[in-house]
Design a protein around this ligand. Sequence first.
Ligand code: MG
Length: 254
Amino acid sequence: MLPAKAALFIENKREWINLLIESKIAYVLDFDGTVTESDITSMMARHYGGEHYPECSAAYHRGEFGMKEWLERMSAYLPPDREAILAFAKERAALRPGLKGFLRSVHDRGYPLYIASDGFGLYIEPILEMHGCREHVTKIFRNRTFEDSGRLKTLTPYAHRSCPVCGNCKASLVTGLLEKGCRVYYVGDGFNDRFAAAYADIIFARDRLAGACSAAGIPFQPWDDFHDLLKGIDLANNHREHRFCDPAGKGILD
Ligand SMILES: [Mg+2]
């Protein structure tokens, strides 16, 4: 049986550990047009889809269907040749400046970082590995592509159980992290990112996501590249640079 004082100390320590877990920042990054400078899924669909691409995309932009159906329709025009698709993607896989340093900084701070993509997705790991960035990403939530009867099909394992709009329900990922007590920082560029971003504690938005946030009156941090995001990390944790005591060490500092 522990003495009462020791038991209270352990209990307090547990509470502090819980508080630390609860205040943990989790980053959620879109991939196409966010991690990479170009939207590789759109480039692929345009390249292989020919005349079907503008037709399908115009219907999508008119709101006739969501990303989930767009993926289903456009993946049918991709060649069922994984190596050819990967070669196409890798040739166009320029990373947005500052990404590597940003990933390292987030990792060094102990924050989980997730990539959530609603594109074709199969090229994400190979591109990150090609650039030596995979190890700093906690988990990748992406769609799957597979060959069926000589055609490529898209499987959407992270789709919402009933909502027909997105292939990958990034909003579920964000709300799930919030339920775990994380503060969620969302980084994106696309119009479809607005669903998840609207639930995040802090939104880093550019391009169409910035437009959607502005139109809806949702506050966001504009960003151009990952050097801007690094400034954001320091702003968000500015208070940690100044310490009066060290509770894990000797207590009050000189
Ligand atoms: Mg995007």
